[in-house]
Each structure stands twice: as C-alpha cells, then as structure tokens.
Design a protein. Structure first.
Length: 90
C-alpha cells in the first residue's frame, strides 16, 4: 500500500475537545503550528484509524477538520476532508 504525507489542520470550538484532539494527533503526527500537523509516510488504513479516533471526539456541527495530501514536495490544497461530504484522497 502506497504511503503519503498529509497536512492536518483543525479549528475546534471547545477547549476540552481541543485538548483531546490535539493529544490524539500529537501521538501520530508532528506539530508545525498550534493547530497544524505534519503526518508523514502513512497509508490509507493508518489515516482512517486516526480520522476515526478524532471523529469520536469532534463535534461535526461546531468544529472543522481538514486533511490535505502533500505530494511532489508541495501541498495540494484543492482537496481536503469535508465532514459534510465523503473523504477525498488524492
């Protein structure tokens, strides 16, 4: 299974959920900024496990989670996870 790099960004409205989600992501990815992480060399299954864990805490009506595929040493910002639509992976 091919591995990819991802940029994970979030905007969480509740401080308690924010801390929980940050802790979940920090176990797997490197923090770049307060709400931005670099998730390096993972396959779809590993990404799906992380997303599932995050969604158990996330409030889909109040919070925002974006995961961008990084490819060719650049970020493809045209595609992202949208909680209102299906997961899009490039």
């Amino acid at each position: 299974m091919r591995k990819k790099d991802f940029l994970i960004c979030y905007d969480i409205s509740d401080e308690k959920r924010l801390r929980k989600i940050a802790k979940i992501i920090e176990q797997e990815a490197m923090r770049i900024q307060r709400s931005v992480y670099f998730y390096e060399q993972v396959n779809k299954k590993e990404l799906d496990v992380l997303i599932k864990t995050i969604l158990e805490v996330l409030d889909e009506k109040l919070d925002d989670l974006r995961i961008y595929t990084i490819k060719n040493k650049g970020i493809s910002l045209g595609k992202a996870i949208d909680l209102n639509n299906s997961l899009i992976l490039i």
